[in-house]
Design a protein around this ligand. Structure first.
Ligand SMILES: Cc1cc2nc3c(=O)[nH]c(=O)nc-3n(C[C@H](O)[C@H](O)[C@H](O)COP(=O)(O)OP(=O)(O)OC[C@H]3O[C@@H](n4cnc5c(N)ncnc54)[C@H](O)[C@@H]3O)c2cc1C
Length: 318
């Protein structure tokens, strides 16, 4: 069966939303990129397993989408399926230790990070404050080990529940996974379903104050209004930060089409209008080259580049 027909069949078989030819610009904070052949939002684990099995049997690839705040989708879009969890996988629960004091928080991967931080603060549970202001979902934050200023989400994870590319569910304990600087060692195709964290009960006011301090810190140092993916490059292990290296090359404000190196923070590339992914990627390459020529430092990407360049697309009838 042709892949295009298979996707139409999949659309009929699952309970959750399944839409063909979905513009990824509407699903990403950079607001650019071509269409995904199909975007699927399974309603529960059973529905998700059905999707993963269906795709595996037909050798159709899939990409797991969180809030789309850490990726640039290329102009040719995404061949195969995009699986979105934020529509349904959004529960949060707290389980107190019988001795009191310590407790576990278990949250599903589709929960928005902001909602988790807010929930923890209003419940008087500390441990999530430093994540305040990071957009996107818990799943995306875990996959990228998001954070800042020496803190990252991976430091607090006790347990993960994942689905593999054969639709089997596994519980991973701390010894089974590891996190690095904006990376995790989870194999490609892994779908994070939920994570459990050690939390500590304390006074809601205290948690709220610390949360607000972190939020202010992010808001004051990073431009949040423009369409972006946050910082584009990882900071080198030693020496100046990526932003400082770029700034010292005098690159703030340079443009390719509507892609611009932010005048507020040199490690932000923003879409100031109708930037294509090709323009954004060309500007990224230009920045890397200029930084290398001046400082002999190779900047590596923090943002994920996803999908295909312009080219052949599956023909799917609407
Ligand atoms: C204004 C702004 C500020 C930002 N500030 C910060 C910051 O301070 N610190 C920081 O670290 N980042 C920051 N970011 C980047 C981004 O918000 C984070 O990396 C975020 O955690 C990505 O989450 P997401 O849900 O949007 O992931 P997406 O962009 O949707 O996906 C990112 C990656 O995670 C994978 N993924 C998503 N969900 C799952 C899942 N359930 N299972 C398996 N894989 C999954 C995707 O396949 C993809 O490879 C910022 C971005 C913006 C736009």
């Amino acid at each position: 069966m042709a892949k295009a027909n298979a996707l139409e069949l999949l659309q009929k078989e699952i309970s959750g939303m399944a839409e063909l030819n979905v513009p990824m610009r509407e699903r990403t904070t950079m607001r650019t990129g071509g269409n995904a052949d199909i975007l699927i939002a399974p309603v529960d684990r059973e529905d998700l397993a059905k999707v993963v099995k269906f795709l595996a049997e037909r050798e159709i690839g899939y990409f797991v989408l969180g809030g789309g705040s850490g990726i640039i989708v290329r102009d040719g879009g995404i061949r195969g399926a995009v699986i979105a969890l934020k529509e349904s996988f959004d529960s949060i629960e707290a389980v107190d230790d019988e001795a009191g004091g310590t407790m576990m928080v278990r949250a599903e991967a589709g929960v928005m990070l902001g909602a988790l931080v807010k929930w923890a603060a209003s419940s008087g549970i500390s441990g999530f404050e430093s994540l305040a202001g990071i957009p996107g979902t818990l799943g995306g934050a875990l996959y990228k080990n998001s954070g800042g200023w020496g803190e990252s989400i991976g430091q607090r994870v006790e347990q993960l529940e994942i689905m593999d590319s054969n639709a089997e569910i596994h519980t991973l304990l701390k010894r089974d996974f590891s996190f690095g600087y904006r990376t995790s060692n989870l194999p490609t195709g892994t779908i994070i379903l939920s994570a459990s964290f050690a939390g500590k009960r304390t006074k809601p006011d205290e948690v709220m104050d610390v949360t607000e301090e972190w939020l202010d810190k992010r808001m004051m140092t990073q431009p949040f209004e423009a369409a972006s993916v946050g910082m584009v490059f990882k900071n080198p292990e030693v020496g100046l930060s990526a932003g400082e290296l770029i700034d010292r090359c005098g690159l703030k404000g340079i443009r390719v089409g509507d892609a611009e190196v932010s005048c507020d923070h040199a490690n932000y590339i923003t879409n100031i209008g109708e930037a294509t992914a090709s323009q954004l990627i060309a500007l990224i390459g230009m920045v890397q080259e200029r930084v290398y020529v001046k400082h002999k430092v190779r900047l590596s990407l923090k943002v994920g580049l996803v999908g295909s360049s312009m080219g052949e697309r599956l023909r799917i009838r609407k």
